[in-house]
Write a protein that binds this ligand. Structure first.
Ligand SMILES: [Zn+2]
Length: 210
């Protein structure tokens, strides 16, 4: 599927189909992408629109036919842009989230670990007033001009991003092994034995009120 995304969807010589001023994200029209965002994410969050341009940018930087994995450096918005536009999801393990709250993503060769990191560049948003207000939280959400914000994001595209070549740490390229499975003496459910004598939930990490 990603072969199509890269070499098919990204094939720019089919330009006749698109008007000159049209904006595309990974081969989708801007409006198509907004619809996908709305159905997947619930609403067209600004971060997810920028994230679409970032993922598109990274996809175009990868060599054709690369089997890639993804990293998001924030848990907000960017993971969903990656999950909408690439085959990488949290569930299939090809998307990893590093919860740094940095607005950056990377796509990299899943075997060699070479790839590209794209980030929203704080130095490039100075004259995009509404993007700057949103990104640095300079205005309260109810005071944001959402229409202007989205118009600026559409116009700016990947212009407000920078990229760098990256190599992923080798330990992250190895397959995850769960090791042997035990039955927890506390809850009676199966868990990886390497977590300890009882499961992590019974160690106090449960999200539920007990
Ligand atoms: Zn347990």
């Amino acid at each position: 599927m990603y072969h199509q995304l890269i070499s098919g969807k990204h094939d720019r010589d089919g330009s006749s189909a698109l008007a000159e001023n049209s904006v595309t994200i990974a081969g989708y029209s801007f409006e198509e992408y907004l619809n996908m965002v709305e159905s997947f994410h619930g609403y067209t969050a600004p971060g997810l629109i920028i994230g679409g341009f970032m993922a598109d940018f990274a996809l175009r930087k990868l060599p054709p036919n690369t089997l890639f994995d993804a990293i998001s450096e924030t848990a907000y918005c960017l993971p969903d842009a990656i999950q909408i536009l690439t085959p990488c999801t949290v569930g299939n393990g090809w998307l990893k989230i590093f919860d740094f709250s940095r607005f950056a993503l990377s796509l990299y060769d899943k075997y060699q670990g070479k790839g590209v990191r794209v980030f929203l560049d704080a130095n490039k948003i100075a004259h995009w007033t509404e993007i700057k207000n949103w990104f640095f939280k300079l205005t309260k959400k109810q005071e944001q001009d959402e229409k202007l914000l989205k118009a600026q994001i559409r116009e700016a595209g990947a212009e407000i991003c920078s990229f760098q070549d990256v190599s992923i740490q080798p330990r992250l390229l190895q397959k995850r092994h769960k090791g042997s499975i035990a039955v927890c003496a506390g809850c009676g459910e199966a868990y990886p034995r390497e977590h300890g004598t009882v499961c992590r939930a019974c160690q106090g990490q449960t999200p539920y009120v007990v």
